[in-house]
Design a protein around this ligand. Structure first.
Ligand SMILES: C[S@@+](CC[C@H](N)C(=O)[O-])C[C@H]1O[C@@H](n2cnc3c(N)ncnc32)[C@H](O)[C@@H]1O
Length: 130
């Protein structure tokens, strides 16, 4: 799983403990949260964080991409996911739907923020389907 814009890594550090058989990657551009994420995850072998712009890094090799960003980059996120992820891969957007794309499903999280997760299925590499 890849978290694009992983912040302090809270989501991935939590999931990595629950799913030790999986590998979790985060990409974060801001130095302070990235540094914190690497320090807090130093004892977890199945989670790693890169400091970079996720739009210039490859997403290949991941089955699930998770994003909690803003409305602005979502169309570009979806385009990159369709180019680089395999058929059947999952894209999960916290709070911000992809404009013009129908989610496979939505998940209402029972949290204080009333979070909605938008879950999309990638048709395949090179697909332009939305
Ligand atoms: C709302 S936080 C989400 C943190 C974490 N994924 C979560 O769900 O708790 C969004 C993060 O995305 C990062 N970000 C935004 N655009 C980015 C980009 N192009 N490349 C890497 N990180 C980016 C921001 O610096 C910020 O830390």
């Amino acid at each position: 799983m890849l978290d694009v814009g992983s912040g302090t890594g809270a989501v991935l550090r939590h999931l990595a403990k629950r799913r030790p058989e999986c590998v979790f990657d985060g990409i974060e551009v801001a130095p302070a949260p990235w540094l914190l994420s690497t320090l807090l995850a130093r004892a977890q072998a199945n989670v790693r964080f890169r400091r970079a712009d996720f739009f210039v890094q490859s997403w290949r090799g991941h089955d699930v991409v998770y994003a909690f960003l803003s409305p602005v980059p979502m169309a570009r996120v979806w385009e990159k996911a369709q180019r680089e992820l395999p058929a059947g891969a999952t894209v999960i957007s916290n709070a911000f739907p992809v404009p013009g794309a129908a989610p496979e499903r939505t998940v209402e999280v029972d949290d204080a923020r009333g979070t909605i997760l938008y879950v999309y299925r990638v048709a395949g590499a090179g697909s332009t389907t939305k």
